[in-house]
Design a protein around this ligand. Structure first.
Ligand SMILES: Nc1ncnc2c1ncn2[C@@H]1O[C@H](COP(=O)(O)OP(=O)(O)OP(=O)(O)O)[C@@H](O)[C@H]1O
Ligand SMILES: [Mg+2]
Length: 140
């Protein structure tokens, strides 16, 4: 899988996440790469909806990770403040990486060495003019 989509609004970004949900299988890791405010959390909100999560998804920022119950569990990690896998282990988040059940979606995956490489799906978001974003989805 390798496709590029333009999201002109936050709603369109959510839709990209929702459309991804049927392709998600247990144990997958999804990396979301893009600058601050580019829409990573917004896309994950849509993914959560597609996975039939009914709770409201909020940015995990200070908690680093949140878990939601859906068709399969959704683990949402924000690695912005994490720099090493060791630090991830300290807060117990390494348990969320395979072979964890459910899907793990990681914002700022490049902060932790190895996460991008083990990801099944990599989503790159670029800011274009106005509110538009270019979203590139590639599967491993
Ligand atoms: N086309 C678009 N796609 C996504 N978000 C958009 C778009 N246009 C405007 N927005 C707005 O941009 C913001 C994106 O915020 P979001 O929290 O999803 O970004 P983020 O990449 O998770 O940021 P952070 O790196 O701080 O975690 C939201 O306020 C959203 O409404
Ligand atoms: Mg975010």
């Amino acid at each position: 899988m390798n496709k590029t989509i333009i999201a002109r609004t936050a709603a369109e970004m959510e839709e990209i996440g929702a459309n991804l949900a049927p392709t998600i299988a247990d144990g997958m890791v999804v990396s979301l790469i893009g600058p601050l405010g580019s829409g990573k959390t917004t896309l994950i909100k849509g993914l959560a909806r597609g996975l039939l999560v009914t709770d409201i998804v909020v940015s995990p920022s200070y908690l680093l990770a949140r878990e939601y119950q859906g068709r399969i569990p959704l683990h949402h990690i924000d690695a912005y403040r994490v720099t090493t896998l060791g630090e991830l282990a300290e807060v117990g988040l390494d348990e969320l990486l395979p072979p964890t059940s459910g899907v793990t979606a990681v914002e700022w995956p490049s902060r932790v060495e190895g996460i991008v490489d083990l990801s099944d799906i990599i989503i790159k978001i670029e800011l274009l003019d106005d509110q538009a974003r270019r979203v590139q989805i590639s599967g491993n």
